[in-house]
Design a binder for this molecule. Sequence first.
Ligand SMILES: [Zn+2]
Length: 427
Amino acid sequence: MEILLGQVLRYAGDPMVEGPGAARHDRHGAVAIEAGRIVDLGPAEAVLARFPQARRTDLGARLISAGFVDAHVHYPQTAIIASWGKRLIDWLNTYTFPEEMRFADPAYAAEIASRYLDLALAHGTTSMCSYATIHSSSVDAFMGEAARRGMRALAGRTCMDRDTAPAGLRDSAQAAYDESKSLLTRWHGRDRLGYVITPRFSPTSTPDQLLALGSLWAEHPECLMQTHLSEQVDEIAWVKSLYPAARDYLDTYETFGLLGENGVYGHAIHLEPREIARLREVGAGLAHCPTSNSFIGSGLFDTAGLSAAGLRIGLATDTGGGSSFSMLRTMAAAYEIGQLRRGALHPAALWYLATLGAAQVLRIDHAVGNIAVGMEADLIAVDLASTPAIAQRAERAGDVWEALFPTIMMGDDRAIAGVWVAGRRMK
Ligand SMILES: [Zn+2]
């Protein structure tokens, strides 16, 4: 058994609904871990008294939190992150599709999967939900590397069969069904891994392919389904031209069985009232990707409004359309977008959206995203004075939120002083 000593931050409720009082903070706290799980927590003195023989790791004033959960990433875009000057459709054609072609080579896929997961862990992200490419071996590469690190990770083969995608990245409705089913059988529930049924988005799939993936999801409702929704205004017009009978963008999924409570819809910026109502009715999750939305010029996600409407929301980097691997930078961008929409998100809410909120969207909140007895020990230790600029501001802090906010706004991987995956220290 190991006892981590430090400040401990966890959640007893949803601060988007209940305010910062939903968080629990122990200035001198402890988390006891054994066999990969959290077995005790509370004030340091009490936990130490219960387990006097346990090994102690004193993290001083560092903040112990659940590891970050990233609700939407494209690991194959790791090497093209921060590419200049394009909006969504041009971005895909100029940067994304040529790079994804390279994943036909399994060795390249393994190299990038390993690079991405190391970068994610260094930034404190212990779980994520990733798109792979059209190549089944790109899923095998990601799952293999995640399993080797003992991570709770989710991914799926990105299906495209319409001529809007380049020839080298197209399959067919039948191939999408067959390959996805075979990957699902191979990976879902193995170790800590989950398979995600993944049509890229309706403009790159035919109705036949969406229907085939909708049938697969109906056969395996235990799996997540992830896709993109209403990211840019031009894209929405394009979807309407390709699906003239659809009531709205969401309808292009709903019609083919791709709307449900285990659905994760990335972006969801320019939603119509019917779409919001349907997403709430079925209990679907939204992945808010704020650095991507400002970087690609997509628009301003309405975190406060959609949360108040009853939708589940998790934060996401959208690597590499997003401009950072860091969930700290992602929280900062979510805060800035909230300000532009006249709603300042409290640090308790930002941190929640990057941990338990994202875990709830990915349906892994029974295991990760919070600190509680019985949960898996995916934890981080955050240095709240990781640079001189942050340190001099945090020094003035009157409470934990004032101490944490400079790290949210100005922090990066230097603030991540420790990372534990299933109780094993990775950083
Ligand atoms: Zn995306």
